[in-house]
Design a protein around this ligand. Structure first.
Ligand code: SF4
Ligand code: SF4
Length: 381
């Protein structure tokens, strides 16, 4: 049965078939955590499938190594099968539940939501802020707040982010329960240490050490760690931008220093470094997608991938544009555009591709718990 972008039942059946062949074969055992977690599972149940699919980092190495991949009659395409199951898992665990089945994991809703946020914010500002404030030159502390008052800016961004974090938290909790009972009595500290190491190093995206296959050209395509490095740039870039926002909040609330801050100040330096990481990471990942072999990639998931990358890229670009234009009359419109994009990004986090990050962390945590339980139950040598 070929791997298709089809109904959830057929997708699950195909992924299960591929995993059962893999369990008999075990050639790819050293590539990632999926194969180690698969080994003790003679039968792959629904909960196992959910866990294994979200443990896969889609490095695609197993496809290129596979002697049973097409044109072999078994037509094993594990990365594509697991990515389709993963995509369905985001929708099945979406919070609030009434949105399940209504959401389509394509790029369009995410882009439209961001566009809506920018336009709505611009219209609201145009009807409430006097033109001389909106299009005037502002300088010194509090310049931004003469266009959008601090309470409105912080209330909007904080409110939307809080909703998104809650929705993500409930979705991940539902996903965690659906993976079945976790091993009990395992020591927490080593589990957290292993999970943290897997998250910060993205070890499982390394294709067993040699890296991901990038170039088209079939089985002999080039190996590279570029995808892993771009993921790192994006991950640490976003973290630095959040750190910049945190420092700015402390400056404002604790020290009474209002934004905008000088070029050589902690919030601007952290934000600029983070923005550069986001630009490099998103642009790099988008370019690598175009160079990748399309065979182990499910076509239906790429729209959501590009939409998230685009929103993150635009967030960084508009942030830099605001930094460059803050002493000019374009500051007001640029502030609205940047704020609108950030609001669109925050609002769509629980309903787009971003969900892969917390789901993967949960799967890595579960895998670390299983490894610790296995080590504890192993008889002494
Ligand atoms: S992907 Fe292919 S080679 Fe690798 S374990 Fe599965 S069946 Fe074996
Ligand atoms: S992480 Fe890579 S090697 Fe592991 S299952 Fe996914 S695509 Fe295959």
């Amino acid at each position: 049965m070929p791997c298709t972008d089809d109904s959830p039942d057929r997708i699950a059946a195909e992924a299960r078939r591929a995993l059962e062949i893999c369990n008999a074969c075990q050639y790819c055992n050293g590539y990632c955590a999926v194969f180690r977690a698969l080994k003790p599972r003679r039968q792959v149940g629904t909960a196992d499938l959910l866990f294994l699919a979200n443990l896969c980092h889609n490095c695609r190495s197993c496809y290129h190594a596979c002697q049973y991949a097409p044109p072999h009659a078994f037509a094993v395409n594990l990365p594509k099968s697991l990515s389709l199951v993963r995509q369905n898992s985001y929708r099945d665990h979406t919070w609030p539940p009434f949105l399940r089945g209504r959401l389509r994991y394509t790029g369009k809703p995410v882009i439209l939501a961001a566009l809506f946020a920018v336009v709505a914010l611009a219209l609201a500002a145009a009807s409430t802020v006097p033109p001389e404030a909106l299009l005037g030159r502002h300088s010194g502390p509090g310049a931004f707040y003469r266009v959008v008052p601090w309470e409105i800016m912080a209330g909007l961004a904080g409110g939307v982010l809080l909703w998104s974090l809650l929705a993500i938290g409930f979705s991940v909790a539902d996903f965690w329960r659906s993976m079945g009972p976790a091993p009990s009595g395992v020591p927490l500290l080593p589990v957290l240490r292993e999970t943290l190491r897997d998250v910060v190093t993205l070890r499982n995206l390394g294709g067993g050490g040699a890296g991901c296959f990038l170039r088209d050209g079939g089985r002999d395509g080039g190996l590279s760690q570029a995808r892993r490095r771009c993921h790192h740039a994006l991950f640490y870039g976003v973290a630095l931008c959040f750190a910049a926002t945190g420092v700015a909040t402390l400056y404002d609330h604790l020290l009474g220093w209002q934004a905008p801050y000088p070029l050589v100040s902690l919030p601007v330096l952290l934000g600029s470094l983070g923005g550069a990481g986001m630009l490099a990471g998103t642009a790099g990942l988008a370019l690598l997608k175009r160079r990748a072999d399309p065979a182990p990639v499910a076509e239906s998931v790429t729209g959501a991938d590009y939409a998230l990358l685009l929103l993150l890229f635009l967030t960084a670009v508009s942030g830099f544009a605001l930094l460059a234009l803050r002493g000019t009359a374009a500051m007001g419109p640029m502030l609205l555009i940047h704020l609108g994009i950030v609001l669109g990004l925050f609002a769509t986090l629980p309903y787009g591709k971003f969900l892969h990050a917390p789901f993967r962390v949960a799967a890595l945590l579960r895998a670390a718990m299983e490894r610790q339980a296995e080590a504890r139950n192993r008889p002494p040598a």
